[in-house]
Design a binder for this molecule. Sequence first.
Ligand SMILES: *[C@@H]1O[C@H](CO)[C@@H](O)[C@H](O)[C@H]1NC(C)=O
Length: 210
Amino acid sequence: MAGRCLVLAVGVVSLFYSVRGQVISRGPCPTVVVQPDFNVDKYTGSWYEIERFPASFESGLKCNNATYWLKQDGTIGVINSGIDIVTGERTSVEGNAWVPDPNVPAKLKVKFRWWVPAGDYWVLRTDYNTYSVVYSCDDFMFGFIKMEFAWILSRDRILNTGTLTDIKRDIQDRGIDISNFLSTDQIGCDAKDNTLKYKPLGEGQSVIYT
Ligand SMILES: *[C@@H]1O[C@H](CO)[C@@H](O)[C@H](O)[C@H]1NC(C)=O
């Protein structure tokens, strides 16, 4: 029993340790409605990150973007890119996404590295050619606490303020705390010559562009 408590305590401590900089709050994940009849075909292509919930794997990055494409095997290829704010280095990570339940195509899973469990990628709302709202929430300790991720993406580097305001109101109406959003710096992204120094490798491997 004592052993189990210790394991639990260590688990909880390491959970908090590894998730610093993430959005953690009390209470279970909200029940959210996702995009009906989600069409992944129309969703592929590039998206720019306009706002996001803080996430350790994206900290210190600007000009964040994501590219999705359909693969032969029916899964979705993913490349997330960004520029290190301090060094100006371009960095990207390649992963894979898929739809576990074809009846709910807007609830995707995405995986970048073999040692990190797949995460949720739920498309709450998209019009396919302007914006997309993506959400992920995990319950911990039987719903006593939760960890959330959210992204507002746009087909362009900027998103019209009126659209952004409408989208955020809608997100709030779904029971998600929009005060967690940080805006992503999308300025000066094309300034540097982006010669590819190291070619992109396999799934889950990082590449550095300078
Ligand atoms: C995404 O960001 C990377 C890194 O800054 C950049 O090389 C790439 O051109 C960007 N993609 C688009 C579609 O702007």
